[in-house]
Design a protein around this ligand. Sequence first.
Ligand code: NAD
Length: 454
Amino acid sequence: MTVLVDPSNAEVIGSVADAGEEETAAAIGRAAAAWPAWAAVAPADRARLLRRFAETVDAHLEELAGIEVRNAGHTIGNARWEAGNVRDVLHYYSATPERLAGRQIPVPGGVDITFHEPLGVVGVIVPWNFPLPIAGWGLAPALAAGNTVVLKPAAWTPLSALRLGELALEAGLPRGVIEAVAGAGPVAGWRLVTDHRVAKVCFTGSAEVGKKVMAGCAEQVKRVTLELGGKSANVVFSDADLERAAAAAPMAVFDNAGQDCCARSRLLVHKPVLERFMALLERAVTSVVVGDPRDEATQMGPLITEAHRRRVEGYLGDGTPVAFRGQAPEGPGWWMAPTVLGPVAPSDRVAQEEIFGPVVAVIPFDDEADAVAIANGSRFGLSGSIWTENVGRALRVARGIEAGNLSVNSHSSVRYWTPFGGFKQSGLGRELGPDAPEAFTETKNVFISTEGTR
Ligand code: NAD
C-alpha cells in the first residue's frame, strides 16, 4: 500500500493498494483479451470513441486538475492545462483511425501495398512529475492506432491515471482497452517489460531506469520508446532582447518547481552582458510567486516529497556559488526557494547532473562557438532555448545544438502538434506530432502478383 501525501501541507490524502506481479499480469491479460475486438472497431467508430473520451475528460477537467493539485502539488493553473492537454491530445489523435493510410508502391509484376498494423498491448510507464499529460501522450496515439494500453503511473502519483481509466469506461471504451495499474516500478513496471504479451513499452522517467527498461526490452526485441532526463541550455546572446529573456528565464526552469525534463537548468549568458542580465534576472526571480498551489496567482508550488527535496538541497552544499534566491513559504510542505547558482563552470556537478528542482546554474560564455560547445557538453539533449535578435545566428545555433526540441526567443518545448523527444541519453524515439501513431504500429508490406494464367 502506498500512502499519498499532499506535498503542499504534508497531510495524508489517502492510500492506494499497490498492484503486485499477479494483479499486473491479470491487467495485461485483460488488455490482451480486449485487443482483437478493439483493433477490429471500424475507423470512424474508434475515432468517435476517442472524441467521446476527450469530451468526458473535458467534463471532468476541474476534478482531474484538483487531483493533481492534491497528489502532485501542481499549481491550479498548470493542473488545468495538464488535464486540458489530455483532452486535446485525445482529440488530435481521434483523427488518426480514419487517416492511418499505407502506401501503394510502384513495383514490376504486380501491386504493392503497405499497412500500419497495430502492435497489440502497449505498456505506458509514467513518471510522477507530469502524470496526466505523459499518460495522454502514450495512450492516445496507441489507442488510435488500434492497440490496447496498460497504464502504469508512478507510485507517488497514481490517482489521475486511475481516474482516467474510469473515465475511459464512462466514455464507452470497452473494458480492457485501458487498464490502469498502480504499483511499484520494479514490480508492476518491470512486469510490463518482461511479459511477452506486451508488445511495446513507452517509458518516461529517469535515464537510469530507462536504461534498465531498454535492456529488459532487448531480451524480447520488444519495441521501446524512451523519454528520459535533461539538462537543457537556455542560451542568451548579447544581441537578445535582454529584458524579455530575463523575464522569461525563471519559469523556463522553475515551472513545476523545476521538476520538468525540459527545464532550462543551465543558463548560458554571453559575457559582455553578464552583469546587466544578472541584475534583470534577480528582479525576475525574486518576484516569482511561490506558495499555495490552490491560489490562482501562484507560479510555483512545492517539491513532490520530503526525500526529493532533501536530494535537491544536497546540491547546495559548501562551495556551491549561490548568486541569489527567491522566496518560499515556511511551515509544512516540501518548499524550496528558487535558487540561482553562478558563475558555474560547464564541468561542475551542478552543471552536469539533472537536479530536478528549482535550481539553475548560470554559465558565462565567450562567443557563439563556445555557447554551442557548452550546450553540447552534456550526456543529455532534450530541449533548449536561444535568445537573439539575429535570425542567422538563431538558426546556426539551433542547428548546432544536439537536442530534440529547441525554441528561439521562447521556452516552448511540448506542443502536441510537433514531435517531442531527446538526443543522446535524453531518449529514444519521438512522441506527439503527426507521426506518433506510426510508432505504435508495424509496417506490413504485401505484394500481389498481377501475372499468372489467363
Ligand atoms: P523514474 O525513472 O524513477 O520512474 C519512472 C517510472 O518508471 C515510474 O512509473 C516508476 O514506477 C517506473 N519504474 C521504476 N523502476 C522501474 C523498473 N525497474 N521497471 C519498470 N518501471 C520502473 O523517474 P521519476 O523519478 O518518476 O521521474 C523523473 C524523471 O523522469 C526525470 O529524470 C525526468 O527528466 C524524467 N522525465 C522525462 C520526460 C521526457 O519526456 N523526456 C518527461 C518527464 C519526466
